[in-house]
Design a protein around this ligand. Structure first.
Ligand code: BGC
Length: 778
């Protein structure tokens, strides 16, 4: 064939080919915000099932996670891309105390550190929604600038019991405080155009056997305590995603509960985002799809096969699959990855460190301050600092809530920087101790890891004779009690909730030696959960509770000690005298021997061990202060408690019925002391008799003043609807607000009512819901 002839013959074929190609392209829409239905139609079954399965588990080599999340090193998961339809990967990373990604990348000289912000419990201690929103807006900026689409946070399971290893990630024992905090957190992060995943939905209130544990709970407690906080957050902040938990509730995995994920979450609360599983792979994937669990994370191809098989054999309908896929597409078009956002990988870490320091200082709780011990002018005062945490300060907890931060300021550095003279011999002793223990581990080829499990060393004993010497050489003592806990195991009652013998001895010896010479003793609680305080607190002149305050937390402690910041945090839970005072302690695995590992070995077949395979929530709604205030139990510190360097007077409460039901209340708060300060006011309500049995009081609203100068005042206003006053009637499957006179208390804490007023509801109100949802029998 001559070249000309060749061209003549081949040209029409080429043109036809091109045409075909372009027709094909037209038949393949590319995803955009307004063609989701069209894209859904163009998807094959295989593609639909693929989109419901995350991109796979990140694997860890040499302490650095790799895998599909190479998209952003160290991110926890992703969604899969479908190139032909213009569907990109999206990236999911933990939370909640900061963004968890790997700080370094092979062959890359740059670093990718994230800011370690205060843990959820400390944020909740601020009682300040705008502070939380401002803090998480900075956190969300790191999510955006590091190329992540969804932060797997906030964690908001209720503090049912003080020993849950992950309480540090969560806010409170009270659903209103937890729900409002969750909403503020979500609004802050999402203001950056990235998403959140509120977790773990629901009743993941213990780590022991968390993958399989069956939370056996009555409908009233379920609705009023354990779902209420999620309900508030969903309604007040529209999170992009929700993470279903690992555990079961009343016999059914939450990720497979249609009642939970569709009837309650979507039909009753109006949630319109996607639900993803927590990081596992349960057998009945089609059931999860039917339940409304859109995305399986981290994603395993066997889950795709299960979906396709179920469609083929008719046990899963294509409509159900389409419903979930449509929601995932609706999520994807909102993401920065879809919008092609060019992230900088350079968030302003310096500015965010300042945000973290401010948040920690504004949230820290002053538990005790005898005779105005604090604040202290540093002026070169000599400080004897005790406890391993003085050199190895605990910024946050372990597990997925860890943050790979560039640094963590410790107490020695912070107090020195503030102008104190830290005793170098004692600081050196603890430094050597930590190094020695690290060296012992290194000898056996291991290193300390905070990824899973508890790896903080016990404090070493310090001889009394040495403490006597320190008391002579120093002006005051600061004892830091440290705890680390986290994902995969619960805390123990002994040597964790209760002090260890060495800690007890240390506090008592420091008290005897320093007080013997008329010198002050301050205790700092660098802990992730509640510890016992009643037996030793009188040995301290002042007690500061910064919880796990992030990388700048020690500076925040110094800010409060020196009065640069006037403390205004208050407890988001009660501090009991004894662990067993909590009704839930009768049904909680407080002895770690039983603990399972997070992704650990399966339980023996047929095993039915109390508090491990199942946990009975026999205490019902009597969680935290709801029980203590009703039973009149003696406490170490009540819910909502926190001291200030100034005083506040509450006056002139006004409570007015709202035309749409409920009431609006206002109160004037005046700073009557000598230092500028902020006050968190709590509004508790006592319901009239005649309706359902109720706790003595319940928190129904709260607010915090701005910084008030001495003599200055501010009016705080609170809105409480009829629905907010309702309790759940199991027999009638409805929320009910009884008619009658409600007492409204304006309080500094649940045991310190400053003013009161009444509110009359003429007619009872009810709100029916779906009968018997989640009560088992599925
Ligand atoms: C945790 C989640 C976390 C996920 C991804 C799970 O083990 O329970 O809170 O978001 O891992 O890291």
């Amino acid at each position: 064939m001559t070249p000309l002839l060749q061209a003549k013959t081949l040209l029409p074929l080429a043109v036809a080919g091109l045409l075909l190609c372009s027709m094909n392209v037209k038949a393949q829409p590319r995803l955009s915000a307004d063609n989701i239905d069209q894209v859904l139609k163009a998807m094959t079954l295989e593609e639909k099932a693929t989109l419901c399965i995350g991109g796979g588990r990140a694997v860890t080599t040499g302490g650095v996670s790799t895998g599909i999340t190479d998209l952003v090193r160290g991110a926890a998961g992703s969604t899969r891309k479908i190139e032909r339809l213009g569907i990109p990967n999206t990236v999911l990373a933990d939370g909640p105390a900061g963004l968890r990604i790997d700080p370094t990348r092979d062959g890359d000289p740059n670093t990718y550190y994230a800011t370690a912000f205060p843990i959820g419990t400390l944020l909740a201690s601020s009682w300040d929604l705008s502070l939380v929103e401002e803090t998480t807006a900075a956190l969300g900026n790191e999510v955006l600038e590091y190329g992540v689409d969804v932060l797997l946070a906030p964690g908001q399971n209720i503090h049912r019991n003080p020993l849950n290893g992950r309480n540090y990630e969560y806010f409170s024992e009270d659903p209103l405080l937890s729900g409002k905090m969750g909403a503020a957190y979500v609004r802050g992060v999402q203001s950056n155009g990235v998403g959140t995943s509120i977790k773990h939905f629901a009743l993941n209130n213990q780590e022991t056997n968390r993958n399989e544990n069956d939370a056996q709970v009555g409908e009233r407690a379920l609705r009023e305590i354990y779902l209420k906080n999620f309900e508030i957050t969903v309604k007040e902040s529209a999170p992009w995603t929700v993470m279903s938990s690992y555990n079961k509730v009343n016999g059914e995995y939450t990720q497979q509960s249609h009642d939970l994920l569709t009837t309650i979450l979507r039909d009753e609360w109006g949630f319109d985002g996607i639900v993803m599983t927590d990081w596992g792979n349960k057998n009945d994937t089609p059931k999860a799809v039917r339940a409304g669990n859109d995305l399986m994370e981290p994603g395993n191809l066997v889950e795709k096969e299960r979906i396709l098989t179920a469609i083929a054999d008719g046990t899963l309908s294509e409509e159900e699959l389409d419903r979930n896929v449509r929601r995932i597409l609706e999520y994807i078009v909102k993401t920065p990855s879809f919008k092609g956002y060019k992230h900088s990988d350079k968030p302003d870490l310096k500015a965010h460190a300042a945000v973290a320091r401010k948040a920690a200082g504004e949230s820290l709780v002053l538990l005790r301050n005898e005779n105005g011990t604090l604040p202290i002018a540093p002026k070169g005062q000599k400080v004897a600092l005790y406890g391993e945490s003085i050199v190895d300060f605990v910024a946050g907890g372990t597990g997925s809530g860890t943050v790979n931060k560039a640094y963590c300021v410790n107490m020695v550095e912070a107090l020195t920087e503030a102008g104190f003279n830290v005793d170098p011999a004692i600081a050196g002793f603890y430094d050597e101790y930590v190094k020695y223990n690290d060296a012992v581990l290194a000898l056996s080829g291991t290193q300390r890891t905070y990824r899973y499990g508890i790896s903080k060393f016990d404090d070493p004993a310090v001889p009394r004779s040495a403490i006597d010497l320190h008391a002579r050489n120093n002006d005051l003592a600061v004892v830091v009690l440290g705890r680390i806990s986290g994902e995969g195991s619960d805390r123990n009652m002994d040597n964790d909730f209760n002090l260890t013998d060495i800690e007890r001895q240390l506090v008592s010896d420091v008290h005897a030696a320093f007080h013997g010479l008329g010198k002050k003793v301050i205790v700092v609680l660098n802990v992730g959960g509640v510890i016992e305080t009643n037996s030793w607190k009188r040995m301290a002149d002042a007690i500061l509770l910064p919880w796990l305050p992030g990388q700048e937390g020690a500076n925040a402690v110094a800010d409060v000690m020196t009065g640069k910041v006037n403390p205004s945090g208050k407890l988001p839970m009660s501090f009991p005298i004894d662990f067993m005072d909590h009704p839930s302690s009768a049904n909680f695995p407080y002895n770690q021997v039983k603990t399972n590992t997070p992704f650990g070995t399966a339980r023996p077949a047929g095993s039915h061990e109390k508090d491990v395979d199942y946990t009975r929530y026999d205490e019902g709604i009597w969680v935290g202060y709801r029980y203590f205030e009703t039973a009149g139990t003696e406490l170490s510190y009540p819910f909502g408690f926190g001291l200030s360097y100034t005083d506040f007077a509450y006056s002139a409460p006004v409570v007015k019925a709202r035309p749409d039901g409920g009431f609006t209340a206002s109160i004037t708060v005046r700073n009557t002391g000598k230092a500028a300060g902020k006050e968190a006011v709590q509004v508790y309500v006592r319901a009239p008799g005649g309706g359902l049995e109720k706790p003595a009081v319940e928190l129904k609203a709260f607010g915090k003043t701005r910084l008030l100068q001495p003599g200055e005042s501010q009016v705080l206003t609170f809105d409480v609807s009829d629905y907010d006053l309702a309790s759940f009637n199991e027999d009638g499957s409805r929320w009910e607000t009884a008619a009658g006179t409600y007492m409204v208390y304006f309080a500094a804490n649940v045991r310190d009512f400053r003013q009161q007023a009444t509110f009359k509801l003429a007619r009872p109100r009810t709100w029916p819901v779906h009968a018997g949802a989640m009560t088992g029998g599925n």
